[in-house]
Design a protein around this ligand. Structure first.
Ligand SMILES: Cc1cc2nc3c(=O)[nH]c(=O)nc-3n(C[C@H](O)[C@H](O)[C@H](O)COP(=O)(O)OP(=O)(O)OC[C@H]3O[C@@H](n4cnc5c(N)ncnc54)[C@H](O)[C@@H]3O)c2cc1C
Length: 463
């Protein structure tokens, strides 16, 4: 059995640590946060909504302690090319529920669980000299330090990375005193993620969330395009400032959801954050001054903007591959080649399409994307909706769980057409025309100040 060290007790470090313990290895996690610190000292790292394949991994290791907390059953997306006009709604049902558990509670619980199962923990701020000592003392050292400075040890992989800087400015806030069930007009989408997508300004989404203190609430985020209308959080110093700013933006730009947020309160004083993420791939191999090699995992290896809720899910995808590779490595020879080929397997299996899917949402919507949105037009999210439109909307939201499912359709109009033809019996073209006519009618009604009749969940409800 190998001696393995992990830096970081976030989702990636703990999941890898517990998985490796289960294989019988001797594992030590070094983290600057103790279990108790996670509960008392820090904000949640992110929303970290996990889709079904990730929950499966938690189940495999007996780590899903929050099964019935806040199962998320779908995504309601409202697409507005510009503020003031809702163009298209999409209401997709997830085949299997997702969960968003406050990572503070999760890391606290999992740290104790890791120790209970025989893992060692050391509370320390690891720097390069300490990393040298750790690497010398272990067969394999994994750096799962998120986006912290120590990650600079790993060079950006310019051949795989698309952006040279962050694409959004983020403001996250955790709120209580909001309705958990956002279904309307008989459409059963209680516990859905709400996604308001503004082509010109950025995005706003709200995710049903299980709070650190053990109750249901929402975790909400603004993804502001720099210099655009949502980019107003720079001067916020507290969570209350962020929430006040968010309410003002909802009132002006997202009036259909303002009544939902208007009486919201910050769930706890640390339940918020601001920042940005440079989406990039790293070389997974870091070389220490001595020449020793360490391996990046999770956000340290592949950081993503949270727009598609993929970061934590992607950490799990890396760890699945890592656990298999460690199991197969009976010699315990963790060379740089082994580290790179392990990461390459993840990249080819699912990392590539996950990052591509995330980038589709960050970039301007493509003609293929417009075709897909039109093709699902009319989806209601209702359990008994067996229409083709509903199937397409469902496939779209299930792509969050498995980005290999539909990502290509958003990248290539030919693939999108072929997919729609397959479902409609060759009617991709007429489906497109019909949807565009209904959408145009919905737009006209908005111009004349009349409520939309084109989608059951679309009518603005001003508070
Ligand atoms: C606003 C927002 C929303 C998000 N929403 C989603 C979502 O819905 N779904 C999703 O899948 N992902 C989401 N993400 C991404 C997700 O939160 C991250 O991908 C995930 O938390 C990364 O986990 P990690 O363990 O790799 O890193 P982290 O959670 O950052 O953990 C790193 C750990 O390393 C420790 N550490 C750092 N440096 C050192 C050091 N030098 N010495 C010792 N310890 C150190 C830290 O204290 C921490 O314990 C979101 C991110 C943001 C910002």
């Amino acid at each position: 059995m190998s001696k393995i060290a992990i830096i970081g007790s976030g989702i990636s470090g703990l999941m890898a640590g517990i998985g490796l313990l289960e294989q019988g290895h001797h594992v030590t996690i070094y983290s600057n946060l103790s279990a108790e610190d996670w509960l008392t000292k820090v904000p949640p790292t992110g929303t970290a909504c996990r889709f079904a394949a990730s929950i499966d991994l938690e189940e495999e290791f007996g780590l899903n302690f929050w099964k019935d907390s806040t199962p998320i059953n779908g995504v309601h997306l409202t697409f507005c090319p510009k503020p003031g006009r809702q163009l298209i709604d999409l209401m997709g049902r997830l085949d299997r529920p997702a969960l968003a558990i406050d990572v503070r509670l999760q890391s606290y619980t999992w740290t104790l669980e890791f120790e209970k199962r025989g893992g060692m923990t050391v509370v320390a701020q690891v720097d390069i000299p300490m990393l040298e000592t750790i690497a010398a003392d272990n067969d394999l050292t994994l750096v799962a330090a998120g986006k912290a400075d120590i990650g600079k040890l790993f060079a950006i992989d310019e051949t795989r990375s698309v952006y040279d800087k962050p694409q959004r400015k983020l403001a996250m806030f955790v709120v209580k005193n909001v309705a958990m069930d956002r279904s309307r007009d008989g459409i059963l989408m209680n516990h859905a993620i709400k996604f308001n997508f503004f082509g010109s300004e950025g995005e706003q989404f709200s995710v049903p969330y299980w709070h650190r203190d053990g109750y249901q609430c929402f975790n909400s985020i603004f993804e502001a395009k720099p210099g655009r209308a949502f980019d107003t959080f720079d001067d916020c110093k507290t969570g209350e400032d962020v929430l006040d700013q968010a309410k003002a933006l909802f009132k002006q730009y997202i009036p259909w959801d303002y009544p939902w947020l208007k009486d919201a309160e910050l769930a706890d004083p640390k339940g918020w954050l601001k920042g940005s993420v440079h989406p990039c791939y790293k070389d997974p191999v870091g070389t220490l001054p001595s020449g020793a090699k360490v391996m990046a995992v999770g956000d340290t290896a592949n950081a993503m903007d949270p727009i598609a809720g993929q970061g934590a899910n992607n950490g799990y995808r890396q760890i699945r591959v890592l656990l298999e590779a460690v199991k197969d490595n009976v010699e315990g020879d963790y060379s740089a080649d082994w580290m790179r080929s392990t990461f390459d397997t993840y990249y080819e299996q699912i990392g590539k399409s996950t990052n591509a899917f995330n980038n589709i949402l960050l970039d301007e919507i493509s003609p293929a994307g417009i075709r897909m949105l039109c093709a699902q037009y009319g989806s209601t999210g209702a359990i008994d909706d067996t229409s083709v439109q509903q199937k397409i909307a469902n496939d779209f939201v299930n792509n969050f769980d498995n980005p290999n499912l539909l990502t290509d359709c958003f990248l290539d109009e030919g693939i999108a057409k072929a997919y729609i033809n397959r479902l409609t019996g060759g009617k991709a073209a007429s489906t497109d025309v019909k949807a565009k006519m209904s959408i145009a009618l919905g737009q006209l009604r908005q111009v004349f100040g009349r409520p939309r009749t084109d989608h059951p969940l679309a009518n603005p409800r001003l508070g």
